[in-house]
Design a protein around this ligand. Structure first.
Ligand code: AHR
Length: 335
């Protein structure tokens, strides 16, 4: 598993580098030629975006000749922690963690640090009590910015409509304790403070899943008088909104242009279909292709290069005018 290639004394002369505060084992030619074994502790498979992200990580590993030990965390932190412990026991070269929730990682991060195995965060963030345990770097979008983009769009879209003087919003929240849900909600709320006409009147947790979104919307339809006074739906991800659309259709409630405004995050293929069918209004893209940067970060850590704490991915927005073309492109790529 180690980076050292047998048959070459040069490779066998393993060094230690302490430039980033942790000493990782490194061979003289680690960066260019070694075969890496990387453990990837994925959150689970709760959404279309997550599946696209997993597929992209696997495809990039194959392309780069990396041996990827993949673990599906099944939406449970304890499963992710057990996977990390198993990666440490296997003496992998690096660990990539997509954490389900923000807190509770200190002990296992210390174990990885003690084993001198670099940990790279992808997607969601962690909060650690001991800052020296924070992973080498994070490759991820800015979730707070995504929330800000969604709210800014909504403020502009509702101005000049019958909702200009009062826009009541219902919110579909992602997994409790996840940085994606926490930061998106915070960014959205911050922008809302600038627009007193816009107000979140009810929130329901849908756990980032379609089923969760459908159930959450069924509850909201009941508690909010069939959404009669609701101007907009803000969903922390596409899958929850796609599930909600099923409930809304059953209740005969119109969304999209001419109906209740919607905005969500991810940019999954089915959302482009829903948008091109006139059911949704706006979407913030969460790019799923994080593998190349994450694998490079493992190589850099092993080679002792200093990493930026966070490589921020861009968050472009999608609207109905390009949805049909995007749906055509993504459905063709999938087949
Ligand atoms: O952490 C990113 C979020 O996780 C995505 O927006 C969502 O679809 C996934 O479940």
């Amino acid at each position: 598993m180690k980076l050292v290639k047998l048959g070459s004394l040069v490779f066998a002369a393993a060094l230690s580098i302490s430039a980033i505060g942790v000493q990782f084992p490194v061979s003289a030619k680690a960066n260019a030629q070694a075969t890496l074994t990387i453990g990837f502790a994925q959150t689970g498979s709760e959404s279309g975006w997550r599946t696209a992200f997993t597929n992209s990580m696997k495809a990039e590993a194959t392309k780069e000749g990396i041996t990827l030990q993949f673990s599906d965390g099944q939406q449970k932190q304890e499963v992710q922690i057990a996977a990390i412990r198993s990666f440490i026991a296997q003496k992998v070269d690096g660990i990539i963690l997509a954490p389900i929730v923000e807190t509770g990682w200190d002990a296992v991060l210390k174990e990885a640090k003690d084993a001198k195995i670099p940990v790279i965060l992808v997607d969601r963030d962690v909060k650690v009590n001991d800052p020296t345990l924070y992973p080498v770097t994070r490759v991820a979008a800015d979730f707070n910015h995504e929330g800000r983009l969604a709210a800014s769009w909504l403020a502009a879209a509702s101005a000049g409509t019958q909702w200009a003087s009062g826009c009541n919003i219902v919110e579909l929240q992602g997994t409790t304790g996840s940085s994606a849900a926490i930061d998106r909600a915070a960014g959205f709320a911050d922008v809302l403070k600038l627009f007193p006409a816009l107000k979140i009147v009810a929130s329901q947790n849908g756990d980032f899943t379609r089923d969760g979104g459908q159930k959450a919307m069924e509850a909201l339809i009941k508690s909010q008088n069939n959404l009669k006074d609701i101007c907009a739906i803000w969903s922390h991800n596409d899958d929850m909104l796609l599930g909600a659309l099923v409930a809304l259709k059953t209740a005969g409630i119109k969304t999209g242009p001419g109906g209740i405004l919607t905005v969500s995050v991810d940019g999954v293929c089915d959302m482009f279909k829903a948008m091109s069918d006139g059911l949704t209004n706006a979407n913030v893209t969460l790019l799923p292709d994080l593998g190349q940067l994450a694998y490079q970060a493992v190589r850099d850590a092993i080679a002792g290069k200093t990493e930026p704490p966070w490589t921020v991915m861009p968050s472009p927005m999608n609207f109905p005018d390009t949805a049909a073309a995007k749906y055509k492109a993504c459905s063709a790529a999938a087949s």
